[in-house]
Design a protein around this ligand. Structure first.
Ligand SMILES: [Cu+2]
Length: 124
């Protein structure tokens, strides 16, 4: 193939993928609601975490990390079972203070999304 034909082929392929991909792009995991929710206070020392997404999540390939400032405090194991679009975990023994829940999830379309939920733990 000449360089010109190769370039045309690449453009055609890109256009075909762009037409084909909108449905898949919809399948990105976007958070619908969460507990704790952003900016809220929850009583410690044990905090149940529940993140609800707009799509099914590959739980085995997703991660939850509890942060204090920029420092990872603990990786929270994602619990098995439950609804396919909800991930749950338990954070235990938390002292009062400011935390951030850093999440990274893999949606079934193969795309990873990430986010953070800042929240505050209060005395029980
Ligand atoms: Cu996607």
């Amino acid at each position: 193939m000449s360089i010109r034909l190769s370039a045309l082929f690449a453009i055609a392929l890109t256009a075909a993928l762009a037409l084909w991909s909108p449905d898949r792009a919809q399948a990105h995991a976007i958070i619908v609601n969460s507990s704790p929710s952003v900016g809220t206070e929850v009583p410690g020392p044990d905090v149940a975490v529940s993140l609800h997404y707009n799509n099914r999540i590959d739980k085995a390939r997703s991660r939850l990390t509890l942060m204090i400032g920029e420092q990872p405090l603990v990786k929270l194991p994602i619990e098995d079972g439950g609804a396919p679009d909800v991930i749950t975990a338990k954070a235990t023994g938390l002292a009062p203070g400011a935390y951030r829940l850093r999440w990274q999830v893999l949606a079934l379309d193969g795309h990873i999304t990430r986010g953070e939920i800042p929240f505050t733990v209060t005395a029980p």
